[in-house]
Design a protein around this ligand. Structure first.
Ligand code: MF3
Ligand code: CO
Length: 251
Protein backbone atom coordinates (compact mmCIF):
# COMPACT_ATOMS: atom_id res chain seq x y z
CA UNK A 1 0.00 0.00 0.00
CA UNK A 2 1.41 3.36 -1.01
CA UNK A 3 0.84 6.12 1.52
CA UNK A 4 0.70 9.64 0.11
CA UNK A 5 1.97 12.39 2.39
CA UNK A 6 0.26 15.61 3.45
CA UNK A 7 1.70 19.13 3.39
CA UNK A 8 2.32 18.77 7.13
CA UNK A 9 4.15 15.48 6.63
CA UNK A 10 6.28 17.18 4.01
CA UNK A 11 7.44 19.80 6.53
CA UNK A 12 8.62 17.07 8.90
CA UNK A 13 10.33 15.25 6.04
CA UNK A 14 12.14 18.46 5.04
CA UNK A 15 13.60 18.67 8.54
CA UNK A 16 14.71 15.04 8.50
CA UNK A 17 16.19 15.50 5.04
CA UNK A 18 18.16 18.56 6.11
CA UNK A 19 19.69 16.69 9.06
CA UNK A 20 20.78 13.86 6.77
CA UNK A 21 22.27 16.27 4.22
CA UNK A 22 24.18 18.23 6.86
CA UNK A 23 25.60 15.18 8.61
CA UNK A 24 26.65 13.55 5.33
CA UNK A 25 28.61 16.69 4.43
CA UNK A 26 30.28 16.71 7.84
CA UNK A 27 31.26 13.05 7.43
CA UNK A 28 32.64 13.64 3.93
CA UNK A 29 34.70 16.55 5.19
CA UNK A 30 35.89 14.59 8.23
CA UNK A 31 37.12 11.54 6.28
CA UNK A 32 40.91 11.36 6.30
CA UNK A 33 43.61 8.91 5.34
CA UNK A 34 44.33 6.61 8.31
CA UNK A 35 40.98 7.18 9.99
CA UNK A 36 38.89 4.12 10.82
CA UNK A 37 35.38 3.72 9.51
CA UNK A 38 34.22 3.38 13.12
CA UNK A 39 35.43 6.92 13.80
CA UNK A 40 33.06 8.09 11.07
CA UNK A 41 30.22 6.26 12.81
CA UNK A 42 31.00 7.99 16.11
CA UNK A 43 30.80 11.37 14.38
CA UNK A 44 27.61 10.36 12.54
CA UNK A 45 25.76 9.38 15.69
CA UNK A 46 26.92 12.45 17.62
CA UNK A 47 25.97 14.85 14.81
CA UNK A 48 22.56 13.23 14.26
CA UNK A 49 21.66 13.29 17.95
CA UNK A 50 22.91 16.86 18.42
CA UNK A 51 20.25 17.87 15.88
CA UNK A 52 17.47 16.29 17.98
CA UNK A 53 17.24 13.46 15.46
CA UNK A 54 17.44 9.67 15.77
CA UNK A 55 19.83 7.50 13.74
CA UNK A 56 17.31 5.27 11.98
CA UNK A 57 19.80 2.63 10.80
CA UNK A 58 20.97 1.79 14.32
CA UNK A 59 19.16 -1.36 15.41
CA UNK A 60 17.28 -1.65 12.11
CA UNK A 61 16.99 -5.44 11.67
CA UNK A 62 19.98 -5.58 14.02
CA UNK A 63 22.26 -3.23 12.03
CA UNK A 64 24.85 -2.09 14.60
CA UNK A 65 25.74 1.46 13.47
CA UNK A 66 24.33 4.87 12.50
CA UNK A 67 25.96 5.03 9.07
CA UNK A 68 26.92 2.53 6.38
CA UNK A 69 30.50 2.94 5.13
CA UNK A 70 31.15 0.88 1.98
CA UNK A 71 34.67 1.04 0.56
CA UNK A 72 35.86 0.23 -3.00
CA UNK A 73 34.22 -3.05 -4.12
CA UNK A 74 31.75 -2.86 -1.23
CA UNK A 75 28.42 -1.75 -2.71
CA UNK A 76 26.24 -0.87 0.30
CA UNK A 77 25.65 -1.71 3.98
CA UNK A 78 29.33 -1.78 4.99
CA UNK A 79 29.55 -1.93 8.79
CA UNK A 80 31.91 0.62 10.39
CA UNK A 81 34.88 -1.03 12.11
CA UNK A 82 38.65 -1.05 12.43
CA UNK A 83 39.34 -0.66 8.74
CA UNK A 84 41.57 2.34 8.06
CA UNK A 85 40.80 4.55 5.09
CA UNK A 86 43.54 4.78 2.47
CA UNK A 87 44.43 7.25 -0.24
CA UNK A 88 42.21 6.85 -3.35
CA UNK A 89 39.65 4.68 -1.55
CA UNK A 90 36.15 4.99 -3.01
CA UNK A 91 34.06 5.70 0.09
CA UNK A 92 30.25 5.41 0.03
CA UNK A 93 28.38 6.83 3.01
CA UNK A 94 24.69 6.07 3.57
CA UNK A 95 22.79 7.77 6.38
CA UNK A 96 19.25 7.94 7.71
CA UNK A 97 17.66 10.07 10.43
CA UNK A 98 14.22 10.41 11.98
CA UNK A 99 12.86 13.84 12.94
CA UNK A 100 9.34 14.40 14.30
CA UNK A 101 8.41 10.86 13.26
CA UNK A 102 9.58 11.08 9.66
CA UNK A 103 12.67 9.64 8.00
CA UNK A 104 15.26 11.10 5.64
CA UNK A 105 17.68 8.78 3.81
CA UNK A 106 20.59 9.71 1.52
CA UNK A 107 23.96 8.46 0.35
CA UNK A 108 26.99 9.84 -1.43
CA UNK A 109 30.32 8.51 -2.65
CA UNK A 110 33.72 10.15 -3.06
CA UNK A 111 37.37 9.30 -3.57
CA UNK A 112 39.56 10.03 -0.61
CA UNK A 113 42.24 12.38 -1.91
CA UNK A 114 41.27 11.89 -5.56
CA UNK A 115 40.46 9.02 -7.90
CA UNK A 116 43.17 6.47 -8.75
CA UNK A 117 42.48 6.67 -12.52
CA UNK A 118 40.13 8.17 -15.10
CA UNK A 119 37.79 5.16 -15.37
CA UNK A 120 37.20 5.22 -11.63
CA UNK A 121 36.54 8.96 -11.70
CA UNK A 122 34.03 8.33 -14.47
CA UNK A 123 32.18 5.70 -12.42
CA UNK A 124 31.65 8.25 -9.67
CA UNK A 125 30.41 10.96 -12.05
CA UNK A 126 28.07 8.62 -13.93
CA UNK A 127 26.56 7.23 -10.72
CA UNK A 128 25.81 10.69 -9.33
CA UNK A 129 24.44 11.90 -12.65
CA UNK A 130 22.24 8.78 -12.98
CA UNK A 131 20.54 9.75 -9.72
CA UNK A 132 19.69 13.17 -11.17
CA UNK A 133 18.35 11.52 -14.32
CA UNK A 134 16.08 9.43 -12.09
CA UNK A 135 14.99 12.50 -10.15
CA UNK A 136 14.18 14.44 -13.33
CA UNK A 137 12.02 11.51 -14.48
CA UNK A 138 10.04 11.69 -11.21
CA UNK A 139 7.02 13.65 -12.37
CA UNK A 140 3.37 13.42 -11.35
CA UNK A 141 1.43 11.58 -14.07
CA UNK A 142 4.45 9.48 -15.04
CA UNK A 143 5.18 5.95 -13.93
CA UNK A 144 7.71 4.36 -11.63
CA UNK A 145 9.34 2.62 -14.60
CA UNK A 146 10.22 6.04 -16.04
CA UNK A 147 12.54 6.62 -13.05
CA UNK A 148 14.05 3.14 -13.22
CA UNK A 149 14.63 3.39 -16.96
CA UNK A 150 16.18 6.85 -16.71
CA UNK A 151 18.78 5.56 -14.25
CA UNK A 152 19.50 2.32 -16.08
CA UNK A 153 19.79 3.73 -19.59
CA UNK A 154 22.19 6.48 -18.51
CA UNK A 155 24.41 4.07 -16.58
CA UNK A 156 24.52 1.41 -19.28
CA UNK A 157 25.19 3.98 -22.02
CA UNK A 158 28.43 4.68 -20.16
CA UNK A 159 29.41 1.00 -19.96
CA UNK A 160 28.66 0.42 -16.27
CA UNK A 161 25.99 -1.78 -14.65
CA UNK A 162 23.19 -1.19 -12.13
CA UNK A 163 22.81 -3.54 -9.17
CA UNK A 164 19.58 -5.59 -9.36
CA UNK A 165 19.45 -7.16 -5.89
CA UNK A 166 18.94 -3.91 -3.95
CA UNK A 167 16.54 -1.11 -4.81
CA UNK A 168 15.26 2.29 -3.73
CA UNK A 169 12.00 2.65 -1.83
CA UNK A 170 9.09 4.73 -0.68
CA UNK A 171 9.84 6.59 2.56
CA UNK A 172 7.94 8.45 5.27
CA UNK A 173 7.12 7.35 8.80
CA UNK A 174 9.11 4.23 7.95
CA UNK A 175 12.47 4.14 6.18
CA UNK A 176 11.23 1.46 3.82
CA UNK A 177 7.72 1.90 2.45
CA UNK A 178 6.05 0.89 -0.80
CA UNK A 179 6.76 1.14 -3.64
CA UNK A 180 10.14 -0.42 -4.36
CA UNK A 181 12.18 1.75 -6.75
CA UNK A 182 14.44 -0.47 -8.91
CA UNK A 183 17.30 1.09 -10.85
CA UNK A 184 16.29 -0.88 -13.94
CA UNK A 185 12.95 -1.03 -15.75
CA UNK A 186 10.65 -0.03 -18.56
CA UNK A 187 9.21 3.44 -19.21
CA UNK A 188 5.43 3.70 -18.75
CA UNK A 189 5.32 0.61 -16.48
CA UNK A 190 4.79 0.39 -12.75
CA UNK A 191 2.68 2.49 -10.41
CA UNK A 192 1.45 5.93 -11.35
CA UNK A 193 3.47 8.76 -9.78
CA UNK A 194 1.12 10.91 -7.71
CA UNK A 195 1.33 14.13 -5.73
CA UNK A 196 2.40 13.41 -2.14
CA UNK A 197 4.61 10.46 -3.02
CA UNK A 198 7.96 10.42 -1.20
CA UNK A 199 10.74 8.24 -2.61
CA UNK A 200 14.34 7.34 -1.88
CA UNK A 201 16.06 6.84 -5.24
CA UNK A 202 19.44 5.14 -4.85
CA UNK A 203 21.45 3.89 -7.82
CA UNK A 204 24.21 1.41 -6.94
CA UNK A 205 26.53 1.22 -9.94
CA UNK A 206 29.31 -1.32 -10.56
CA UNK A 207 32.21 -0.84 -12.89
CA UNK A 208 31.97 -4.51 -13.94
CA UNK A 209 29.09 -6.97 -13.68
CA UNK A 210 25.93 -6.22 -11.65
CA UNK A 211 26.18 -9.42 -9.58
CA UNK A 212 26.69 -8.94 -5.85
CA UNK A 213 27.23 -11.12 -2.76
CA UNK A 214 26.53 -10.53 0.93
CA UNK A 215 29.50 -11.22 3.23
CA UNK A 216 29.37 -13.50 6.28
CA UNK A 217 28.72 -10.49 8.54
CA UNK A 218 25.19 -10.65 7.11
CA UNK A 219 25.30 -7.05 5.85
CA UNK A 220 28.19 -6.00 3.67
CA UNK A 221 27.24 -6.21 -0.02
CA UNK A 222 30.21 -6.60 -2.39
CA UNK A 223 30.60 -6.91 -6.16
CA UNK A 224 31.08 -10.54 -7.15
CA UNK A 225 33.78 -9.63 -9.68
CA UNK A 226 35.63 -7.40 -7.22
CA UNK A 227 35.08 -4.28 -9.34
CA UNK A 228 34.53 -0.82 -7.84
CA UNK A 229 31.02 0.30 -6.93
CA UNK A 230 29.49 3.72 -6.21
CA UNK A 231 26.20 4.74 -4.55
CA UNK A 232 24.22 7.97 -4.45
CA UNK A 233 20.80 8.47 -2.88
CA UNK A 234 18.32 11.28 -2.29
CA UNK A 235 14.93 11.42 -0.62
CA UNK A 236 12.52 13.31 -2.87
CA UNK A 237 8.92 14.53 -2.59
CA UNK A 238 6.62 14.78 -5.62
CA UNK A 239 3.90 17.26 -6.37
CA UNK A 240 2.59 19.01 -9.47
CA UNK A 241 5.53 21.42 -9.38
CA UNK A 242 7.98 18.55 -9.83
CA UNK A 243 10.34 16.66 -7.52
CA UNK A 244 11.74 18.41 -4.46
CA UNK A 245 15.04 16.96 -3.20
CA UNK A 246 14.66 16.85 0.58
CA UNK A 247 18.26 15.76 1.24
CA UNK A 248 20.01 18.35 -0.95
CA UNK A 249 22.85 20.39 0.52
CA UNK A 250 21.82 24.03 0.72
CA UNK A 251 24.59 25.25 2.97
N1 MF3 B 1 19.78 3.54 2.37
C1 MF3 B 1 19.75 2.15 2.77
C2 MF3 B 1 18.43 1.56 2.44
O1 MF3 B 1 17.58 2.28 2.06
C3 MF3 B 1 20.17 2.03 4.17
C4 MF3 B 1 19.65 0.92 5.00
S1 MF3 B 1 20.93 0.34 5.96
C5 MF3 B 1 20.28 -0.41 7.31
O2 MF3 B 1 18.22 0.38 2.44
F1 MF3 B 1 21.25 -0.79 8.02
F2 MF3 B 1 19.56 0.44 7.97
F3 MF3 B 1 19.53 -1.40 6.94
CO1 CO C 1 17.55 4.05 1.12
Amino acid sequence: MIELKSARDREHMRKAGRVVAEVLQILKQSAEIGMTTRELDVIAEREIRSRQAIPVFKGYHGYPASVCVSVNHEVVHGIPGNRKLRQHDLVSLDLGATVEGFVGDAALSFFLDGAPDDDSARLLEVTEESLYHGIRASVVGGHLGDISHAVQSYVEAHGFSVVRDFVGHGIGRQMHEDPQVPNYGTPGRGVLLRSGLALAIEPMVNMGNFDVDVLDDGWTVVTRDGSLSAHFEHTIFLDENGPEILTAIDC
